[in-house]
Design a binder for this molecule. Structure first.
Ligand code: IMP
Ligand code: MG
Length: 173
């Protein structure tokens, strides 16, 4: 695959997910959170993060798509796959691969909040620093990165590269 430089190595991701998992294990002691992965990108982060969490977890997934041009997030999100279960009075932890404008996550949070979960928090492997267009409270962040387009570890370019074990920057040529 013609991928560019490694931005975050597999080893660094593994170490960070272990830290995040330990924090989540501490924070949710005595509880049974429902981890909600946002498809497709979050499937790898969710699988690896969950194995660092020592709690009786349950899992569910949502799939969303943004309306509008592919290169720009419109903020209008369509739910392609909703949760399989009710979340009233459950502790919900949304797992995201990356937060860019934050508009997708903002929409998701709004649509889950009205279902009255006991708590609603977010864990994201990557957050693009300083470019969120809405204020977001991400409780568990892996790495803050620049505005560049990244691939790997669940993140795709035109559907490819999700299975790279590291986060890389696409080569321009
Ligand atoms: P947001 O609504 O702008 O925060 O966009 C979030 C979604 O856009 C993510 O869940 C990704 O699917 C996608 N995305 C944003 N930045 C990148 C990137 O650098 N590489 C791959 N996908 C990205
Ligand atoms: Mg995504």
């Amino acid at each position: 695959m013609d991928v560019g430089e490694v931005l975050i190595s597999a080893e660094d991701i593994e170490a960070k997910l272990a830290e995040m998992g330990a924090a989540i294990t501490r924070d949710y002691e005595g509880r049974s959170p429902l981890m909600v992965g946002v498809l497709k990108g979050a499937f790898i982060v969710m699988a690896d993060l969950a194995r660092h969490i020592d709690l009786p977890l349950e899992f569910d997934f949502m799939a969303v798509s943004s309306y509008g041009a592919a290169t720009q997030t419109s903020g209008v999100v369509r739910i392609l796959k909703d949760l399989d279960q009710e979340i009233a009075d459950r502790h919900i932890l949304i797992v995201e691969d990356i937060i860019d404008s934050g508009l997708t996550l903002n929409y998701l949070l709004k649509s889950l909040r009205v279902r009255k979960p006991a708590s609603l928090e977010v864990a994201a492997l990557l957050v693009k620093k300083g470019i969120q267009r809405v204020p977001l409270d991400v409780k568990y962040t892996g790495f803050e990165i620049g505005p560049e387009f990244v691939i790997g570890y669940g993140l795709d370019y035109a559907g490819k590269y999700r299975n790279l074990p590291y986060v890389g920057v696409l080569e321009s040529e």
